[in-house]
Design a protein around this ligand. Structure first.
Ligand code: TRP
Ligand code: ZN
Length: 474
């Protein structure tokens, strides 16, 4: 899908520059650009087709690997970066976009050859010297620098590179990855990652996946991390701060690396020691933990106001509660391993992670899920819980609102009640098994639930996922 909105501004920048347009009259070039695949190739779409975030992600290629080399000076807040993207063209391309906002691009090559580029909002528009063939693997190297900062989301929250008093809290949902590395910034395109991050030697840089080690020289320490399983860009982190580090391996062989801001250490300790048992419990309920590494980054970032399920290693803005630990851990299955194809489906992340909290409570001496459901259901018809249906939030400004979390979890509870416990748990496990390291849509979840239960569940999903207002008494 191409997005006309960007198209007109972008075409004028292109004219007279691309391989096609340089050799044919302007009018013909414009015709070729709109007529679809021309001999020399097309220009990749400026968005992945998301209805809420029209410029998120890009068309025409998939990224398989990001190699990110960063150096952050916590005193000046200056970042130097090099991103090496390994990608494959899904159409022949004369031009393609990356998402990148804010920092200055100081160099750009495609397969080691200097490429033309221009900036337009969050789009970094790349015109390689030679057009890319459909199916061709290529490597994009972007060098960049500047003072990174966050983006403001449609709901007013900040995400991306958020400076703190001792480093930076780095969390990219839904948009902020593009504030610190050029990316195909939509969960539809997942890739593996390598991180090499240099910070002052009294700081620690924590990213996703397995910790590969550190090296100190001339007052700076370089940390290396590897995220081998595919990851959406919004789940990447490179959080920097003064941290106490703890490392161990669980009984299941998962490598744990925890980094805790000393100011949060006391409150964190009694919760974080439950991480292995939470992951074990979730593995029993949802199926095997999907990654080889785990852990937590507990920062002291009072201005952030949320935690994020950064892959393998959630980042918390302060000491988490047990239910938040359970929630972010559940996202490793729901959201991280099984990812969205559209932000509209956000309840597949948040409704499931919230329902995990209810199940954990039920099985650990707290309220039963039914009690939690009843409590919510007792809220009046004008409560914000009923503002919109969870599977149709209406805009990117609503994706982290109560209906997505709580009514999304209520929908799962209604499903459980309709199909019975054995079938319900079988549905959850089939979902994470069949979509592991990939993607899932609401429609796919519905048909999987019908397949596993042998029931027609149209009415249930219609009522709980798609209908406006408070549903009638179940
Ligand atoms: N996905 C996070 C969670 O529920 C919450 C979150 C991420 C968030 N980014 C946000 C909430 C921006 C509000 C605004 O675990
Ligand atoms: Zn969540």
């Amino acid at each position: 899908m191409r997005h006309i909105r960007q198209q007109s501004t972008r075409r004028s920048a292109l004219l007279g520059r691309g391989a096609v347009v340089a050799t044919v009259p302007v009018a013909v070039a414009a015709l070729l650009a709109t007529a679809g695949p021309a001999a020399a190739g097309t220009t990749g779409a400026s968005g992945a087709g998301d209805p809420y975030f029209k410029l998120a992600g890009n068309g025409g290629y998939h990224v398989s690997h990001y190699g990110l080399t960063l150096a952050y000076d916590t005193a000046s807040r200056h970042l130097d970066g090099t991103a090496v993207l390994t990608a494959r063209a899904t159409e022949s391309l004369t031009r393609f976009d990356l998402d990148f906002e804010g920092l200055k691009v100081t160099g750009l090559t495609v397969d080691q050859v200097k490429a033309d580029f221009s900036r337009s909002g969050q789009e970094l528009v790349v015109t390689p010297r030679h057009a890319l063939r459909k199916g061709q693997e290529f490597r994009v190297t972007v060098t960049y620098s500047g003072t990174p900062g966050p983006v403001t989301d449609p709901d007013g929250s900040l995400d991306g590179w958020i400076p703190t008093d001792d480093g930076a809290f780095v969390a990219g949902e839904p948009q902020g990855a593009m504030t610190w590395f050029p990316a195909n910034n939509h969960p539809r395109d997942k890739a593996s990652y390598d991180f090499t991050i240099t910070v002052p030697e009294n700081r620690t840089a924590v990213a996703n996946g397995v910790y590969l080690g550190k090296r100190t020289a001339h007052g700076k320490t370089t940390y290396r991390w590897r995220q081998s399983e595919p990851m959406a860009a919004y789940l990447a982190t490179a959080t920097v701060g003064k941290f106490k580090v703890e490392q161990y391996t669980t009984r299941d062989g998962i490598k744990v690396y925890n980094a805790v801001d000393p100011r949060e250490a006391t409150d964190t300790a009694r919760v974080l020691k439950k991480l292995p048992s939470v992951l074990e419990w979730e593995s029993k309920v949802f199926g095997p933990y999907p990654f080889r590494a785990a852990g937590a980054i507990v920062d002291h970032a009072p201005d952030v106001g949320y935690a994020l399920e950064t892959q393998t290693r959630p980042v918390y803005d302060s000491a988490p509660s047990t239910s938040t630990l359970v929630h972010e851990s559940a996202h490793q299955w729901f959201g991280d391993s099984v990812s969205l194809t559209s932000w509209k489906d956000i309840w597949l992340n948040e409704g499931f992670a919230t329902y995990a909290e209810w199940l954990y409570s039920e099985q650990h001496g707290g309220d039963s899920a039914q009690e939690t459901f009843d409590d919510l259901y007792s809220r009046g018809a004008s409560d914000d819980l009923w503002d919109f249906p969870p599977a149709d939030p209406g805009s990117g400004a609503n994706i982290f609102d109560t209906p997505v979390y709580a009514r999304g979890a209520m929908a799962l509870h209604e499903l459980r009640t309709a199909v019975g416990d054995p079938t319900f748990y079988r549905i959850l496990r089939a979902w994470v098994t069949e979509h592991r390291a990939g993607h899932g849509t609401t429609a796919q979840f519905e048909s999987l639930a019908e397949r596993e239960s042998g029931k027609n569940l149209d009415k249930l999903f219609q009522t709980w996922l798609y209908s406006e207002g408070k549903p009638n008494k179940p």
